[in-house]
Design a protein around this ligand. Sequence first.
Ligand SMILES: [Mn+2]
Length: 309
Amino acid sequence: MKPILVTCYVNPDLDGVAGAIAYGEFLQKTGKNSVVGIIGEPHDEAKYILDRFGFEYPPMVENADNFDEVILVDASDLNGLEGKISAEKVIEIIDHRKVHEADKFPKAKAQIELVGAAATLVAEKFMQSNVDISKESATLVYGAIISNTLNFKGSVTTDRDKIAAEWLNKVAKLPEDFWKDLFIAKSDLSGGKLAERIEGDFAWFVMGDKKVGIAQIEMIGAKKLVNERSGEIVQVLGKIKKEMSLDFIFQNTIELEDIKNFFVAQDSETQKLLEKVLKVQFAGVVAERPNLIMRKQIVPLLKDELELK
Ligand SMILES: [Mn+2]
């Protein structure tokens, strides 16, 4: 029997990487023949934890061609798989997005629950089954929860995330200010890293008869970035909009220390849409919004607006 591939979307973030690694460990420890394989390039934040603690990088795979069965963690839409995993092979999905496409995977048993991190759902499996978690997985999953909940300040945060994080840190033993190290690690967007990050963490959605692209950057120093480099940002967004024939495109820039968002959009249609749905006001190409809102929370709001028509 071939092992089951445990993976996430292509070019995964920390939540996807941590969730896949930890769930692979859980399955192996509970007697399931599975292997972890990451497709594409993990986000800087995942690399930061792997490097800082000297953990081994997860194995990389090109696609799921050599596997008959696949489990997805932190992924449940076809766009994110970039055609590298056929929907028919997916037997299980663990995700935490309100807007998802779990119904497009005919054989998958889907667990979609709106907690802060998909990794929380994986941690709960260890907790519920009384299975010990390795220090590697505990550290990665703890980091993923910190990252996804914006250190428990994002409104996606649930008590389940906090309980899981507390449980994990008994094994991971990370210092109180670990969140800051983690967030500083992803805040270096000097030079070409900005365009790389925009393209690397880009996602697009079909809403009604429109295609909406959303870039997301989470960092310390967002105000400075949009003040100094919004020209570059709109240039990259304009290029993506054209290449992908999108109707709307914007960047959600999340400031992790001051707890606010900066939206960057150039075309007036996108600006009007965001002003209406998110109750913001653009000045030039930037609109500021208090509190933290993440892409996965913006998507359902835009969908309601665009599918109403
Ligand atoms: Mn996630």
